[in-house]
Design a protein around this ligand. Structure first.
Ligand code: ZN
Ligand code: ZN
Length: 391
């Protein structure tokens, strides 16, 4: 376990220059700004601050940053002692990580990695402003406007674009990968004709050499990202936005800074509710997928394909860090459909501007456009595409 808490006790989280607790993240400065003395700064790069950049090849066992420990549902309130006036202030940590001291009015913060799912080890701060995100959303919907549902256009409210921190677990892995199977190389191809007249049949035959293949190698994986909020997990949630959030990746998690609750002020944040053991099967599957992709260039000679009969990764060591990544999110529920309506999302990666979404589409409009073009095939194509709600 790597302790990622700051040296600060819970309570006053002070400006390093003047000692004020009135601090917030400014998208203009792209830094924390003190409201009193205007001092601007960012927390230290998390990997360097916590020694998370040490060699992956040396990882053994499971190394976990303190923000990745199992979420405790019973942790709903904490009592903070105000270092300013000595008052004891109860913070509802299920709702927020800051509270104002009711006596001296200073802001008190949770500065330690308490295991309530809301406190990450590191934060990747917002880079794109709300205005820049709205431009991306406008461009995204404009391209699809011909098909967009009339009500969606009417009800589109750019002001409803919200800045949300989404919890991810970032994993490094040190492993040995082993793939065993067989591959075939064509040695001869020929056709055989049998029968005559109407019964004449021609068949193509192949002769191939079959080789048994083995690939065994060490594999180091750096910064694999996994969603750690169940409602974004598509596996058992049909309304999940997982696909959209995946589509706006990647995130430059190597630039995440040490957690400071002031980064989260004025943004919404989603609590992590999945623990390391809830996602480690998925992580191992993804390690294996990376291993399979790694060997592809070495098996291109087997022109009739390769079948892996035994494959696996023996994990020597992993390192886990809880990171909040920034997303501008626009959500839209079709008002006419009430409770049953699907919620549509457009997400903008607030680091690199990648945008993806599910714009609701009107059936009659797709049909009209396709008919105008005079192609029935296009109608079928469009409706198949529509089924997944993605463009
Ligand atoms: Zn200050
Ligand atoms: Zn106080």
């Amino acid at each position: 376990m790597i302790d990622t808490s700051s040296a600060r006790a819970d309570g006053l989280n002070k400006c390093p220059r003047c000692g004020s607790s009135e601090i917030q993240y400014s998208l203009t400065a792209k830094a924390l700004v003190c409201s009193y003395c205007r001092h601007t700064w960012n927390e230290e790069n998390a990997e360097q601050a916590f020694g998370l950049d040490s060699s992956i090849a040396e990882l053994r066992g499971h190394t976990m940053a303190s923000g990745t420990s199992d979420v405790r549902d019973d942790l709903t309130t904490m009592t903070l002692k105000c270092q300013g006036c000595g008052a004891e202030v109860v913070v509802n940590v299920a709702q927020e990580l800051q509270a104002r001291c009711h006596w001296c009015r200073q802001t008190l913060s949770i500065n330690s990695q308490i295991p309530n799912g809301a406190v990450p080890d590191a934060v990747l701060p917002f880079q794109l402003t709300r205005e820049e995100a709205i431009e991306r959303i406008d461009a995204f919907t404009a391209k699809r406007r011909t098909f967009a549902d009339g009500r969606f256009k009417q009800e589109y409210v750019p002001e409803n674009v919200m800045g949300v921190y989404i919890p991810y677990l970032v994993v490094d892995g040190n492993m040995h990968a082993l793939l065993q199977g067989s591959g075939e190389v064509t040695t001869r191809q020929y056709t055989v004709t049998t029968g005559s007249g109407d019964n004449k049949r021609t068949e193509t035959y192949y002769d191939a050499d079959v080789y048994s293949i083995q690939r065994a190698f060490d594999l180091l994986v750096d910064d694999l990202t996994v969603e750690s909020a169940a409602r974004y997990d598509a596996k058992d949630n049909q309304r999940a936005t997982n696909n959209i959030l995946n589509a706006v990746q990647p995130y430059d998690t190597e630039n995440a800074v040490a957690y400071n609750s002031n980064y989260l002020k004025n943004f919404t944040s989603e609590r992590r509710d999945l623990n390391v053991r809830d996602v480690d099967d998925e992580v191992e599957d993804r390690f294996l997928a990376i291993a399979r992709a790694k060997v592809l260039p070495t098996i291109s000679g087997y022109d009739r394909g390769v079948r892996w009969e035994r494959e696996g990764v023996a994990v020597r060591g992993t390192r886990w860090v809880a990171v909040y990544v920034p997303v501008w999110l626009y959500s839209y529920a079709d008002s006419a459909k009430g409770q049953d309506s699907l919620v549509h999302y457009i997400a903008v990666n607030a680091r690199n501007g990648n945008t993806m979404g599910s714009v609701p589409v009107s059936h009659p409009k797709i049909f009209a456009v396709a008919c105008a073009a005079g192609t029935v095939a296009a109608v079928i194509g469009a409706l198949v595409g529509f089924g997944s709600y993605f463009f």
